[in-house]
Design a binder for this molecule. Structure first.
Ligand SMILES: Nc1ncnc2c1ncn2[C@@H]1O[C@H](COP(=O)(O)OP(=O)(O)O)[C@@H](O)[C@H]1O
Ligand SMILES: [Mg+2]
Length: 280
C-alpha cells in the first residue's frame, strides 16, 4: 500500500537578487495514516518551508526540487490546477497564529461554510450544520454562539480550536500543524495537543506536528525528525530519539527542554556552532 505522504530528497532554494540560498537540504519523511511525525528545530531551520512545499503554497522566491508523493502521486511535477483539486481538501493546515489565518471581519460561520460548499458540494444549511457539528467535535458547543462571532471575540485557545475544526471539516487525510501551541499557555497547549491526537485517532489522520520543543511533542509523535539550518540532524522512532539521542544537537535540545510544570519564557540558548553542518 502507498504511504499517505512520502517526501524524497526535498531541496528548497530561495532565489535572491544575486545569489541563491538553499534553506532545505535533502529532506526525507514518510508518514502513514493514523500516525504522527514530529519535525523539531529552532526558528529558521526550515520546518515551515518544508510543509509549505507539501501544501503547494511556497512563496514565489522559493523553488522546490525532489519528490513529494501524496497517496502515490507526485505533487511537484503535477500542474497546479490538478494539484489544488487533488490535494487542497485532502490536506488540513493549522497555523501558529490563528489571528492571521482567520478573517477579521467575516464571521467564523461564514469562513467555515465557504470551503465546505466548494469542496463537499453542500448547500448553506448543510454546511452550517456540519460547521456546528465540527465545532462541537473540537469542544465548542453550539450554545457558545461561535458561528456568529468574529475572531477577535475569541480567546487564543478557542481560536486554535476553530482553526482545527476548519482544517478537518473537508475530510482531509493529512493534517499539518505548524507550531500550533506556541502562542498559548502551558495548560491550553496540552489541551490542544490532546485534541489533535484524539482527532488523529478518530479520523485516522496522518499528522505532521511541528515544534521547537522536543520534550513537549515527544509525547504525541511516533517518529521525529530533528532539523537545524535546513539539514536533518537526526531521525527515528520518538522513543529511540528521546532515550538514546545520537546527535549532540538532539541531546542539547533535550537538556534545554523545560521541566514539566516549570514556566519559562525562553529556552536556554544552544551553541549551534558546535552542531551546524554548514560549518563543516
Ligand atoms: N518568504 C520568504 N522569503 C525568503 N526567505 C524565507 C521566507 N520564509 C522563510 N525564509 C527563510 O527560509 C529559512 C527557513 O525558514 P522557515 O522554514 O520559516 O523556518 P522555521 O519554520 O523552522 O522557523 C530561513 O532562513 C528563513 O529566513
Ligand atoms: Mg516556522
Amino acid at each position: 500500500m502507498d504511504k499517505l505522504l512520502s517526501i524524497r530528497n526535498l531541496n528548497i532554494d530561495i532565489l535572491g537578487e544575486d545569489a541563491t540560498s538553499r534553506v532545505v537540504n535533502d529532506f526525507c519523511l514518510d508518514l502513514e495514516e493514523g500516525k504522527t511525525v514530529g519535525i523539531v528545530g529552532e526558528s529558521g531551520s526550515g520546518k515551515s518551508m518544508t510543509v509549505t512545499a507539501v501544501m503547494g503554497i511556497l512563496p514565489e522566491v522559493a523553488v522546490p526540487s525532489g519528490e513529494i508523493y501524496f497517496k502515490g502521486q507526485e505533487l511537484l511535477t503535477m500542474p497546479m490546477k490538478q494539484r489544488r483539486k487533488l490535494a487542497g481538501p485532502e490536506m488540513g493546515f493549522i497555523f501558529q497564529e490563528p489571528m492571521s489565518a482567520l478573517h477579521p471581519t467575516i464571521t467564523i460561520g461564514k469562513q467555515m461554510i465557504r470551503p465546505m460548499k466548494k469542496h463537499l458540494g453542500l448547500n448553506t444549511k448543510q454546511a452550517r450544520d456540519r460547521a456546528t457539528e465540527f465545532l462541537d467535535m473540537v469542544g465548542i458547543p453550539p450554545e457558545r454562539g461561535v458561528l456568529d462571532s468574529y475572531v477577535h471575540q475569541l480567546s487564543g485557545g478557542m481560536r486554535q480550536r476553530v482553526m482545527i475544526a476548519m482544517a478537518i471539516s473537508c475530510n482531509p487525510s493529512l493534517l499539518i500543524a505548524d507550531e500550533p501551541t506556541t502562542a498559548l499557555d502551558t495548560t491550553i497547549q496540552k489541551q490542544i495537543l490532546d485534541l489533535i491526537d484524539r482527532l488523529r485517532d478518530e479520523l485516522n489522520l496522518g499528522v505532521i506536528l511541528i515544534s521547537h520543543d522536543l520534550g513537549l511533542i515527544s509525547n504525541y509523535t511516533d517518529d521525529i525528525v530533528v532539523m537545524l539550518d535546513g539539514y536533518e540532524m537526526e531521525r527515528g522512532a520518538t522513543k529511540e530519539v528521546v532515550s538514546n539521542p545520537q546527535s549532540g544537537y538532539t541531546k542539547g535540545l533535550l537538556e534545554a527542554a523545560p521541566k514539566l510544570g516549570m514556566h519559562v519564557d525562553r529556552l536556554p540558548v544552544i551553541d549551534r556552532s558546535l552542531y551546524s553542518r554548514k560549518a563543516d
